[in-house]
Design a protein around this ligand. Structure first.
Ligand SMILES: NC(=O)CC[C@H](N)C(=O)O
Length: 231
């Protein structure tokens, strides 16, 4: 299975994502610069966190116009797995690949600490190995993670089971609607989340709860492509 980690000017979690893939699933992984226009060789594309294009205008607002985004849209349509983490989630929202928008944290402060999430939907390629309603420890680090959508959009997210992670009840760090920490596309193959699973892949980092996100991706892909699809 081939992984890509997109790199924009200002990305700062690209190396962490690359290492997380290497350490958790040991599959081939490449850094892919934002000017690339062909993603056809990749099965899973990770959009890492950071401050793409300096967060000018709004987080992710400029990255949506990067040359690589056309190929990313095609990959999404083809059902490939796309994981947007933090600034990656913001880019998915700005580019319309996921519904809703980000506002600044209610506190107007950058929040960087451990966060407990509840796994709401285990029926995605990213969460298959978690238990329903399991509480997992995945750190956050953002200034603009206050997910917003209107009531009609929220009802649709709920009806389609697109809410994948919520912050633990009573511990919402940014004021997001319905405590949302991560959502997926209708088809389930595009996931955006504010917390950083790549920073929770070893006890040394304080949590190993992010590991199963990467192992879920690999095991789902192998199931779909047959046992022979080793690589
Ligand atoms: N860690 C990140 O990806 C941060 C995203 C964005 N720069 C924000 O502050 O919200």
């Amino acid at each position: 299975m081939n992984f890509a980690v997109l790199v924009f000017p200002g990305s700062n979690c690209d190396i962490d994502c690359y290492k997380a893939v290497e350490d958790t699933v040991g599959q081939p992984v490449d850094y892919v610069w934002h000017t690339e226009t062909d993603l056809s060789k990749y099965d899973c594309i990770i959009i890492p966190g950071g401050f793409s294009y300096g967060d000018y205008l709004r987080c992710g607002a400029i990255a949506q116009f990067a040359p690589v985004m056309k190929a990313l849209r095609e990959a999404a349509e083809q059902g490939k797995y796309i994981l947007g983490i933090c600034n990656g989630f913001q880019i998915l929202l700005e580019s319309g690949l996921l519904p809703g928008a980000m506002l600044r944290n209610e506190s107007l402060k950058f929040r960087c600490h451990a966060a407990m999430l509840s796994v709401v939907n285990t029926d995605t390629p990213f969460t298959k190995e978690y238990k329903q309603d399991e509480l997992i420890n995945i750190p956050i680090a953002h200034g603009e993670g206050n997910y917003y959508c209107d009531e009609a959009a929220l009802a649709e997210l709920k009806a389609n089971n697109q809410i994948v992670f919520r912050y633990e009840a009573g511990n919402n760090p940014n004021g997001s609607v319905d405590d949302i920490a991560g959502i997926c596309s209708k088809g389930g193959n595009v996931l955006g989340m504010m917390p950083h699973p790549e920073r929770a892949v070893s006890a040394l980092l304080g949590s190993e709860d992010g590991k199963r996100m990467f192992t879920s991706i690999l095991s789902t892909w192998r199931e779909k492509h047959g046992a022979a699809a080793i690589g």
